[in-house]
Design a protein around this ligand. Sequence first.
Ligand code: SF4
Ligand code: SF4
Length: 368
Amino acid sequence: MPAKVFLADARSHNPKTSTLAKLERLLERLELGSILAEGELAAIKLHFGELGNDAYVGPVYARAVVDAVRRTGAKPFLADTNTLYTGSRSNAVDHADTAVRHGFDWAVCGAPVIIADGLRGGNWREVEIGKKWFRAVKIAGDFADADAIIALSHFKGHEMAGFGGAIKNLAMGCAPAIGKREQHSVRFFVKAKACIGCMACAAVCPSKAIDPIEGKALIDRGRCIGCGECSTRCPVRAISMDWETELPEFIERLVEYAYGAVKGKEGKTAYVTFVTKVVPDCDCSSWSDLPVVPDIGILASRDPVAIDQAAFDLVKAAPVSAGSVLEGKGGPGDDKFALLHPETRGSSQLEYAQGIGLGSRSYELVRI
Ligand code: SF4
Ligand code: SF4
């Protein structure tokens, strides 16, 4: 049977159709009272946004999810994990500070912010999954210990995964640094002919794996942990990887981690995804470009694969926004993420996720 995916569109013309009012109606349709019980600890998994980024789902909407969880008698907390790369969220102190700067504070959201993998990423548990790449995955301790997870995701492009939605929010988002490293199996290299020697890549490499050699950058593949941060900073796209062989493995590893994040929480998860501000790159970037399609709305479902499939299809069907990086390069019916990141194939996330039993690509879209 197809999974239900509820859609509230982005149009608004009176208080009853405000984004907040629509989100509250979507949360009612999720019937959180049937998956949460009195006193249970419910993690609201979201992304607080890298400093400089403003495309993440904002605290006003997180508050609505907090209130909906509280009405069930469960105890909500807002949570994310530290990043693999250097930046404003690579340890719990900086991360919590960034969260507050972006408005994710008790006073606004009505729930505590908890960095789920601890001060320096050392708080994690092994979760047995018995899949192709992993017998067990490493999940941040406070996500593993939570009774339930409500994933509040922002749908956007991603330079390696193609797109980021609920699956990626669970996979990278619930993994400590060691688990993120296990997913990033790829190794990057510099195309010497294209490199202009600016060393912007070396400045952000968390492993100090990039050195200047004769005016060009050189990556020490023994030290590289495959985080991909250097490739997002290169102004001339001189950093690449073996997309043919290494990307499929990365996607499969990522999806297996998403499976592990919710393993043991069957019937205790729900998903809300904002298909608004669909920007080209991840919210981990310290900037946000113009959205590539007009705002579509908010989705809600009990199935992480169905909600990502629906978001993907809606973005595919949408026109391209004027002034965006895709202007003149595509239109309704084109895979916007393949246009943004030509080496990626985001739909492979969905295929593999359905294949390993994370959820269903088949969905019924219910407009509210
Ligand atoms: S950022 Fe790009 S161009 Fe600059 S040194 Fe690194 S690889 Fe070369
Ligand atoms: S060289 Fe490797 S570890 Fe360093 S930023 Fe690039 S991908 Fe990450």
